[in-house]
Design a binder for this molecule. Sequence first.
Ligand SMILES: Nc1nc2c(ncn2[C@@H]2O[C@H](COP(=O)(O)OP(=O)(O)OP(=O)(O)O)[C@@H](O)[C@H]2O)c(=O)[nH]1
Length: 322
Amino acid sequence: MTDLPRLQLLECVLEAVSVGTVVLDRQHRIVLWNKWMSRHSGWDLHRAVGADLFALLPELRGGRVQAAVTQALENNFSSLLSQTLNRSPFPLFSNPAAQARGERMQQAVAVTPLALPGVERHCLIQLTDVSMAAGREKLLREQTELLRMQTFSDGLTGVANRRAFDVAIDREVRRAKRNGSMVSLLMIDIDYFKPYNDHYGHQQGDQCLIQVSSALQALLQRSVDMLARYGGEEFAVILPDNDGQQAMHMARTLHARIEALALPHESAPGPVKHVTVSIGVATLAAGRHGEVAALIGAADHALYAAKRQGRNGIVAAPDELI
Ligand SMILES: Nc1nc2c(ncn2[C@@H]2O[C@H](COP(=O)(O)OP(=O)(O)OP(=O)(O)O)[C@@H](O)[C@H]2O)c(=O)[nH]1
C-alpha cells in the first residue's frame, strides 16, 4: 500500500470507475456527481453539484427514480429499478454518436440509502450502461424467434410444416374433447403432380406448390384455422369448432379457389388441363372419444376415395369413422 491518503485514493477510484455515481442529500440536492456522469450526460460537475436532481432532470419527477429516492431517504430502503418498465430513465448516452442519433443508453439503476455519521441520511444512485447486454439479449431473442419460425414453418411455402401440424392437431383434438366441441380436418392433395413435375420441371413444380398454398392460406380468415404442408404435394387444414357442414363449405371454397387459379397442366391425363385438388374431409364430433390418429386416418381415407372417384373432387368421411 502506498502512502496516498485514503480520501484521495477513494476520490481517484470514484472518478475512474465505469459506473455513474450520484449522491443526494435529504433535500435531493446533488452533492456528488462523478466523471462518468459528466461524460455521459454532458453536464459537468459545476453545473450538477448543488442543483436539485429533479429540477435538473424534471422528467424524473413523479417517476420510479423519485419513488426510489424517497424510499431511500425516508424509509431507508434500497431499490433496484426494473429495466422492463423503463430501460433509460436518465438522459444519458453511451457515446457522442448515440447522442447524435438521440439513442439513450439502456441503464441499470440502483438507489441505496447512505447512513453518514453525524449528518442526515443521504442517498446513492448508481447507474450502469447495459446497452451492450441489452443489444445481445435482443439479438438472441430475434435469433430464437427465427429458429422457432424455421422449426415450425415449411421452407418452400412458408406455411406451417408437418411438425407444427402434429403439435396443433394434438392440441385442437384435446381442446375439443375438453370443451365438448368439434374439430374438422381437410386433407388436400394436388392431382397428377408427378406428371406436372415431369412436364414443367421441378422448379415450376415448386412454384405451383407456392401458388396453391398461398391461395389456400388467403381463404383462412380465422386465426385458429391452420394450413400446413403435410408432405410433398399434400396440405392439411385444421378447422377448430367447425362441424361437418362448415368443413364441407370450407372444402368447396378452397377447391373452387384452386379451380379459379387455372394454373395450366398440359400433361394431366384427363380432359381437365389445369391444376386441380382432391380433398378429404373428416370431423371429430362433439362428445365422441376419437383420437388424433382416427381423425387423420378418416380424412386420409376420404382423400383417397376422392382420388379413386376420378380426382378434382371432395369426399367427406362417414360420421361413424370417428
Ligand atoms: N416440385 C416439387 N415436387 C415435389 C415436392 N414434393 C413432392 N413432390 C413431387 O410430388 C409428386 C407426387 O406424386 P404422386 O404421389 O405420384 O402423386 P400424383 O402424381 O400427384 O398423383 P395423384 O396424387 O394420385 O393425383 C412426386 O413426383 C414428387 O416428386 C416438392 O417439394 N417440389
